[in-house]
Ligand binder design. Structure first.
Ligand code: C2E
Ligand code: MG
Ligand code: MG
Length: 502
């Protein structure tokens, strides 16, 4: 790369960041700032003449420091802090929903955005800061100030990111999740980055677009998570995972039409752990691929057993974000279905609304693969996120699962009822069946039937249960029950050949 081009691309403040190593970070006065700037310029000269501006000193995509330079700056600032007192802060800045920019607008646009984000980081950061891009859309900023100052920087950064960016015909508005950790308050130099990352993740978990300071209380969670993760790595091979199944019933007849497979982890010490806890953990740490494959194989095996026993209900599995981005998930499902002599049309994959709306090339390919394989696709948790009806129309989706949040207040709130009615009408107009999840009482059930929901699922009918329990449940005709006066399996779906129901 042309050294001059790099030089032009490097903002002043990055060079100030380099100079931190020599000058100390905290509380920079005007005079000190000028000294710093001169040093920075000297460093700039030496950096670019001595090293010939190799890519090892600056990240060419963002124009920020490369990792070793950032680490040097951070270590030097931390040493100075130890000697003189005071605090420095690390801020992990992770852009929200950035994944689709490269896919939809191309890599050149992605690069342009990187540079613009770097420029805005520079604007928000005080003198004496240093920054690097940690990979992907994650940046780390070190500021020579205390937590209060870091909070102000985070707030300023959110404001700057909210200003629309022009990319050809597109206008892009970004938000970021920012995690803040202070040295030496929150931990050793070596741990500080993971503390700031943990704080960033806590922001992501509640929707992003905000900042959070590392909470030492959550350190306990942190340790627990680490040990849980170690256990999860061996959970598949130690056969600690199990699929439970929850029936879906036809709204009017209350006959069972399908069963959704829901993961359970039998932890040797902690007992049963919810997928709401370990699925996101597995996603974050690259374990979901193996777990997801196990779910596909196991659900198909079980569906094969049920089919042979005459229990011809549809089986549904949940696909994770990671699986949707893999190019082989449809093929894998096809193979598992064929191995168990199952028709693809009797199998459903549930994909959360937020994931369906991701609309990247990778997810589009997976949707196309699922359609070609003849599998049914359901949008899960519909109504929990932002909805793009225009986009949903283009997807090969045959089922819409109304989120529990829409169902919960349906019997007590007029607004909730109006929304549910609109969702059902819209889904029918798009030729999708509507499944209402989280149905817990008869009032909700009656209303949903009246509003035209096609299928219902919830504790009112049955909780998720083991495959064996579901087999028994299906065999007991009095299980029409809790959900209503009639029910049970549709005679057409369930033939009373009862052997081998496992
Ligand atoms: P989901 O797919 O939307 O599943 C519905 C969740 O609601 C299940 O929680 C179910 O037990 C619960 N539920 C069902 N009826 C009721 C009700 O009447 N009231 C209430 N309060 N809850 C009800 P569960 O089993 O804990 O699963 C949570 C989430 O974990 C699932 O949400 C799904 O997103 C994810 N998950 C479960 N199994 C898998 C899997 O095999 N792969 C992937 N990627 N994710 C999974
Ligand atoms: Mg589901
Ligand atoms: Mg759901």
């Amino acid at each position: 790369m042309d050294p001059l081009a790099i030089l032009q691309a490097v903002p002043d403040w990055v060079l100030l960041g380099l100079a931190v190593a020599g000058t100390g970070a905290a509380g920079v006065s005007g005079a000190a700032w000028r000294v710093q700037r001169r040093r920075a310029q000297a460093l700039e000269r030496s950096l670019f003449t001595v090293t010939h501006a190799t890519d090892t000193t600056v990240d060419p995509r963002s124009g920020l420091l490369a990792r070793p330079e950032f680490d040097n700056a951070f270590n030097a600032a931390a040493s100075r802090c130890r000697q003189r007192g005071g605090e420095i802060c690390l801020m992990v800045v992770d852009l929200d929903d950035f994944g689709s920019v490269n896919d939809t607008l191309g890599h050149r646009a992605g690069d342009k955005v990187m540079r613009e984000v770097s420029r805005r980081l520079a604007k928000a950061a005080p003198a004496g800061s240093a920054a690097m891009r940690m990979g992907g859309d994650e940046y780390v900023l070190m500021i020579g100030g205390d937590i209060e100052q870091a909070k102000r920087v985070a707030a300023a950064l959110q404001e700057l990111l909210a200003e629309p960016m022009a990319l050809g015909d597109h206008r892009l508005q970004l938000t970021a999740s920012v995690g803040i950790a202070a040295y030496p308050t929150h931990g050793s130099r070596a741990r500080l980055l993971s503390c700031a990352s943990a704080a960033m993740r806590s922001v992501k978990a509640v929707g992003g677009g905000d900042w959070a300071v590392y909470d030492p209380q959550s350190a306990v969670d942190h340790q627990l998570q680490d040990s849980l993760l170690a256990d999860l790595r061996v959970a598949v091979e130690k056969r600690q995972l199990e699929l439970f199944y929850q029936p879906k019933v036809e709204a009017r007849s209350l006959q069972v039409t399908a069963a959704e497979a829901l993961l359970r982890w039998h932890h040797p010490e902690q007992g049963m752990i919810s997928p709401a806890v370990f699925v996101p953990l597995a996603e974050r740490h690259g374990l979901i691929g193996a777990i997801g494959n196990w779910v596909i194989d196991e659900a198909c095996r079980q569906a094969g057993v049920w089919r042979k026993a005459g229990l011809r209900m549809r089986v549904a599995i949940n696909l994770s974000a990671y699986q949707m981005r893999q190019d082989d998930v449809a093929g894998r499902l096809q193979k598992a279905l064929a191995a168990n002599e199952l028709e693809p049309g009797r199998f459903t994959v549930e994909i959360t609304e937020s994931l369906a709306l991701e609309n990247t090339r990778a997810t589009q390919q997976t949707f196309e693969g699922l359609r070609r394989a003849g599998l049914h696709v359901a949008i899960d948790d519909f109504g929990a996120g932002q909805t793009s009806l225009a986009y949903l129309r283009q997807l090969p989706v045959s089922e819409l699962k109304m989120d529990i949040g829409l169902v919960r207040d349906i019997a007590t709130s007029g607004d909730a009822r109006v929304i549910a009615e609109a969702v059902i009408r819209m889904a029918h107009a798009l030729e999708m069946r509507v499944v209402a999840e989280g149905v817990e009482n008869a009032a909700q059930r009656d209303l949903l039937v009246r509003l035209g929901a096609d299928e219902l699922q919830g504790f009112l009918f049955a909780r998720p249960m083991s495959a064996r329990a579901l087999g028994m449940w299906a065999l007991d005709p009095s299980n029409a029950r809790r959900g209503g006066e009639q029910g049970g399996f549709r005679p057409s779906l369930y033939v009373t050949r009862q052997a081998n129901v496992a």
